[in-house]
Design a protein around this ligand. Structure first.
Ligand code: ADP
Ligand code: MG
Length: 327
């Protein structure tokens, strides 16, 4: 090696070294899949600092668990269980957080004329999709009249009273989207600029994927691992409700986890509905709502909601888009 080339070599490696020093500690993508709320969740974020990134992945997982402890119907000590146990006999004081989510649920119940109704659980708790259990015709008839969000009274000072004995509530149609939105809020507050959080059918994107959009797939409702479309998205939320996640088939009838509050039974006109919007609390609840409304009423309804777009897949495998997506 001649003297000059040796010098060049040293200079180049010194430059490279200085360049490395100038970079923040291991900026990189970090990912964590985890189980929560009876479903698979996933967080992916771009962290300028390795340690901070790892801490935030765990903070997201804890946030889901915190919300689950508050809102799960399977946890006896949750505030939701407390309401279902006591709110028919006395006003129950709950956290401001749950109270506000109940207010959001009530807003959508009113707006959708009861298609979204968390008291669907008055019937819903009689189904067990894994065990293929459904209410008898007599049970269904009796419980159906207990579905009525107007009997969920949101009183002053975070107090809630059910004015109909036997009424039960469940937040399965909104809590997961809420948790996803909370997780993204936590990341944004910590200074993260690029992240994706998803749980079950609810996904929220923070920023873009560093220079390009995130790609979010819409599952094929009948082909395991198949996809129907892939959407490039940034800074927004997308939720899908389908008849294929929790269901059983008996005598040719598909019993699935979305119930029409009017009948207490699963609507059959659609296989899936995907909603795009600004936050995952609302896209989650909205996708369940549109599924209940069905194609015709659902499209007419969502076209009125300027912040949302939707993609419907009918039972005949036809795709329908709202006007904002048609191009
Ligand atoms: P997933 O929970 O698979 O993401 P959805 O977002 O569509 O699916 O929510 C379905 C859940 O919503 C059901 O499991 C149930 O807990 C709840 N739900 C079912 N029917 C209604 C309804 N009419 N109004 C409000 N919530 C509902
Ligand atoms: Mg939903």
């Amino acid at each position: 090696m001649s003297c000059i080339t040796f010098f060049k070599h040293v200079a180049a490696s010194t430059l490279a070294f200085l360049f490395l020093l100038a970079l923040p500690a291991q900026a990189q993508w970090q990912r964590l899949p985890f189980q929560t709320m009876g479903t698979q969740a996933y967080v992916e974020l771009w962290a300028e600092d390795d340690k901070l990134g790892k801490d935030l992945l765990l903070a997201v997982q804890h946030e889901f668990e915190r919300i689950n402890q508050l809102m799960s119907p399977y946890i006896d000590s949750s505030e939701l269980s407390l309401l279902n146990r006591d709110a028919a006999s006395r006003p129950v004081t709950i956290s401001n957080e749950l109270y506000q989510l109940l207010q959001q649920a009530e807003q959508l119940a009113k707006l959708s004329d009861g298609a979204f109704d968390i008291s669907f659980a008055s019937v819903g708790f009689s189904y067990d999709y894994r065990q293929h259990i459904k209410p008898s015709a007599a049970e269904l008839e009796a419980q159906r009249s207990l579905i009525n969000y107007r009997h969920i009274q949101l009183l002053a000072d975070n107090q809630v009273k059910f004015s109909l004995p036997g009424l039960k509530i469940d937040l399965g149609g909104i809590a997961k989207g809420y948790a996803v939105e909370q997780a993204i809020g936590l990341l944004a507050t910590a200074g993260i600029k690029h992240a994706l959080v998803t749980a079950g059918g609810d996904t929220r994107l923070l920023g873009d994927k560093r220079g390009r959009p995130w790609q979010v797939a819409i599952k094929h409702p009948r082909k395991e691992d198949g996809i129907v479309a892939q959407l490039p998205l940034t800074d927004s939320a997308i939720s899908t409700s389908g008849d294929y996640e929790r269901f059983f088939i008996e005598d040719g009838v598909r019993y699935h986890h979305i119930l029409d509050p009017k009948s207490g039974q699963s609507p059959s006109g659609l296989m899936s509905v995907t909603v795009l919007g600004p936050d995952s609390t609302r896209t989650d609840a909205m996708s369940t709502t549109l599924f209940v409304m069905g194609l015709k009423r659902g499209i007419a309804f969502i076209e009125q909601q300027s912040e949302f777009e939707a993609i419907f897949i009918s039972s005949e495998h036809q795709l329908y888009f709202t006007s904002g997506l048609a191009q």
